[in-house]
Design a protein around this ligand. Structure first.
Ligand SMILES: Nc1ncnc2c1ncn2[C@@H]1O[C@H](COP(=O)(O)OP(=O)(O)OP(=O)(O)O)[C@@H](O)[C@H]1O
Ligand SMILES: [Mg+2]
Length: 187
């Protein structure tokens, strides 16, 4: 996977499969500590403790179409390549929080990528799920809460209406220039 927003797409797919109605996505950079953190929290059906222990193993999956599950193990690998780590906290019936930590300026740290497109496609594909996004990295700070937008639309216009999706797209377009990886190849 080329960039972290594609990993996020993958991890959020686990949340939607788990029946979540609310998914919170945070990308936060702590420049003093040289840390980039990605936190994805959902209110889906969660996992029991045994599952949480084994879930990073690529051979653990509840998929029925193939016997490997790669989402979490690939994200863990991407974090560890930078000296970071992955943590998973889950409670059956309540939800799951996945937190990936990266050394921000590490040569192997993947760029965040096009998080705007990632969010727009998540909303377009899951108009009944609410997403809360909080991005605070690389001199840009964006917050989005689809619950607020949904309330304003008054239940008449769906979140995946083309005009609404354009509003979301524009929110990300306005924010500064795309992140350039400090050491990596230009994309
Ligand atoms: N947020 C979550 N809520 C509940 N269960 C989860 C969650 N995330 C992961 N799981 C469980 O962990 C398993 C492994 O997840 P992982 O993303 O690594 O692989 P996958 O989703 O099975 O396959 P892939 O991501 O390659 O399509 C899933 O099959 C699912 O049972
Ligand atoms: Mg997955």
């Amino acid at each position: 996977m080329q960039d972290l927003s594609l990993h996020i797409l993958d991890i959020v797919e686990n949340s939607t499969k788990a029946g979540a109605t609310l998914v919170k996505i945070q990308i936060i950079e702590d420049t003093d500590k040289n840390l980039l953190q990605i936190i994805i929290e959902d209110n889906g059906h969660g996992m029991d403790p045994e599952m949480v222990k084994t879930v990073r193993d690529p051979f653990v999956t509840t998929r029925t179409t193939r016997s490997v599950g790669l989402g979490l193990s690939l994200l863990e690998q991407a974090a560890k390549e930078t000296g970071g780590d992955l943590s998973i906290i889950s409670h059956t019936g309540h939800g799951t929080t996945v937190k990936a930590t990266f050394q921000a300026n590490h040569i192997d740290r993947k760029p965040v990528g096009d998080i705007g497109s990632t969010l727009v496609s998540l909303i377009a594909g899951n108009p009944d799920i609410d997403f809360v996004y909080n991005g605070d990295f690389h001199d840009e700070s964006i917050e989005l809460d689809t619950r607020e937008v949904r309330a304003e639309l008054g239940g008449i216009v769906p979140l995946n209406d083309p005009a609404v999706l354009k509003l979301f797209r524009d929110l990300f377009k306005k924010s500064g220039k795309p992140e350039q990886h400090e050491y990596g190849p230009e994309v």
